[in-house]
Design a protein around this ligand. Structure first.
Ligand SMILES: [Zn+2]
Ligand SMILES: [Zn+2]
Length: 334
């Protein structure tokens, strides 16, 4: 038996004793570190439907306990688990969109996930994590992969002015990815501590939402930003992203909005001829880049971790994740 953090019904999470998954044609991974994120909160709240009971969690790093049949990753190796299951056979997989696979899904949502002592996955889902990346840093690799994927949909050019709306975990990673890419980055959040961290990590400046328009106008001679990354996931900040963008600009809606919406500045969308991207998940290439970015020190993940819990304290970890002052909440299994 092992521990598994399960959603029993909407709003009710329990740490239960469950069977260790059978790994007949798969690799068995002993989980070491997992990340808690807003997607987990949305699943618990019933905003993202799942079959019940569901073992939660999609951000996981562990040690291979039992290699898969190909032996591609030996036992004892630390790995990042790509939580996106794809069939490699459908039209979307074959067109290069395994993250959108018609037959696939996400661990912790469509399949039992990584908030457990063990998970069984196809060995093709495993990516090696170099030894000098700490367990804390490794806990950020999955979300960094999704940020790499988002930036790849809207490449930054040197000299761009880029706005990051929301300076939570993803926002702090976007600040770094965009600044390293040569952009003048303006971060926006209500939190003074998150503004300070963004400036430490590479933002030219970070301001409160009320000051965003003036800051962008000043940096762009009144024009607007070339790139705006929305990393909150609510309509209010999506609308603000449209307003802050320049004509011919690109808006990336990274935050996962689950509501129906009531109103956006549609005339601005038209008049500015904006390009809107709404990236979903990530590919293995994105995850490999995430590992390389942390391994080489281009991205500093350590300051983004703000709370650590044991797996048995999952309910406390999930509450901490909902606190707007926290950044990454990790759970370590031991
Ligand atoms: Zn996540
Ligand atoms: Zn597919």
């Amino acid at each position: 038996m092992m521990r598994g953090v399960q959603l029993i019904k909407p709003g009710v999470v329990e740490v239960r004793d469950i069977a260790v998954p059978a790994a007949d044609s798969q690799a068995l991974v002993r989980i070491k570190t997992v990340g808690v994120c807003g997607t987990d909160s949305s699943i618990i709240a019933g905003k993202i439907p799942v079959e019940l009971p569901r073992t939660m969690g999609h951000e996981g790093v562990g040690i291979v306990e039992q290699a898969g049949p190909l032996g591609s990753v030996p036992a004892g190796q630390r790995v990042l688990i790509d939580p996106g299951i794809s069939c490699e056979l459908c039209d979307l997989c074959r067109r290069g969109y395994p993250n959108l696979c018609r037959n696939g899904g996400l661990l912790g949502r469509d399949f039992d996930g990584v908030f457990a002592d063990f998970v069984a996955v196809d060995e093709r889902q495993l990516l090696l994590v170099p030894d000098h990346i700490t367990d804390d840093e490794a806990g950020l690799l999955q979300v960094l992969g999704t940020c790499v994927h988002a930036v790849a949909t809207a490449p930054v050019l040197p000299g761009d002015v880029a706005v990051v709306l929301g300076l939570g975990v993803a926002g702090q990673l976007f600040v770094q990815l965009l600044a390293r890419g040569g952009a003048h980055v303006i971060g926006i959040t209500r939190s003074p501590s998150k503004r300070a961290l963004a400036e430490q990590l590479g933002a030219a400046q970070a301001v409160a939402p009320e000051a965003a328009g003036a800051a962008v106008a000043e940096a762009t001679h009144g024009r607007g930003a070339n790139l705006v990354f929305e990393a909150v996931g609510i309509e209010e900040t999506f609308a603000q992203a449209i307003e802050l963008a320049d004509h011919a600009g690109t808006v990336v809606l990274y935050g996962t909005a689950t509501g129906g919406g009531s109103g956006l500045p549609y005339y601005q969308l038209y008049f500015k001829e904006l390009t809107i991207h709404n990236p979903r998940a990530a590919t293995k290439s994105d995850y490999q880049r995430a590992i390389d970015l942390v391994a080489t020190g281009v991205i500093d993940a350590a300051p983004i971790v703000s709370a650590r819990f044991g797996l048995s304290e999952a309910r406390d970890a999930l509450v901490a994740c909902g606190d707007p002052s926290t950044l990454k909440v990790l759970m370590h299994t031991d």
